[in-house]
Design a protein. Structure first.
Length: 137
C-alpha cells in the first residue's frame, strides 16, 4: 500500500522542475540582446558591440585587482567631441544615478562590457552601474 508521501513527492518534483524551466525561458526571453544594447555619448547612440569593436581597451588597477574596459577618453574621441579637455562629462545610469567628471578623470576611467564605469583615483560612488549615457557639458 502506498502512502500519501509517495504520491506527493513526485508531483512536487515535477512542479519544481516546471517552475524552473518556465523561469529560465522567461529570463532568457526578456534578456536585452547585447547587439541592441546601446549607450548615448555626445547625443549619439552606439551599440555596445560597436564600441567594443572600435575603441581601445585599457586595464587599470583598482583595489588590488586589474579591471579592463573601454578607455573613456577614447570613447569621447570616438564620438567626435570637439576639444575634449574643454568639457565636463556626466555619466548617467539607467536608474538616473549620475556623476560628473572632468577630462583628467576620463583619461583614467574605463567602461566595461557590462556597462559599468570605473575610475582610478575616484571614490566608489563614481563606479556607475548600467550606464546609458555620457553627456557632454
Amino acid at each position: 500500500m502506498s502512502t500519501g508521501k509517495e504520491k506527493i513527492i513526485p508531483i512536487l518534483a515535477i512542479a519544481v522542475l516546471l517552475v524552473g524551466t518556465f523561469s529560465t525561458f522567461y529570463v532568457h526571453a526578456n534578456k536585452i540582446d547585447g547587439e541592441k544594447d546601446t549607450i548615448t555619448i555626445n547625443n549619439q547612440k552606439f551599440t555596445i558591440k560597436e564600441l567594443l569593436e572600435s575603441v581601445e581597451f585599457k586595464t587599470i588597477e583598482l583595489d588590488e585587482r586589474n579591471i579592463s574596459g573601454l578607455a573613456l577618453d577614447k570613447l569621447i574621441i570616438f564620438s567626435n567631441v570637439n576639444c575634449p579637455s574643454c568639457h565636463k562629462y556626466t555619466i548617467i545610469a539607467d536608474d538616473s544615478y549620475q556623476k560628473t567628471v572632468n577630462w583628467e578623470d576620463m583619461k583614467k576611467g574605463i567602461l566595461t562590457d557590462y556597462k559599468r564605469t570605473y575610475f582610478k583615483d575616484k571614490a566608489h560612488a563614481f563606479w556607475i552601474y548600467n550606464v546609458i549615457e555620457i553627456e557632454v557639458i
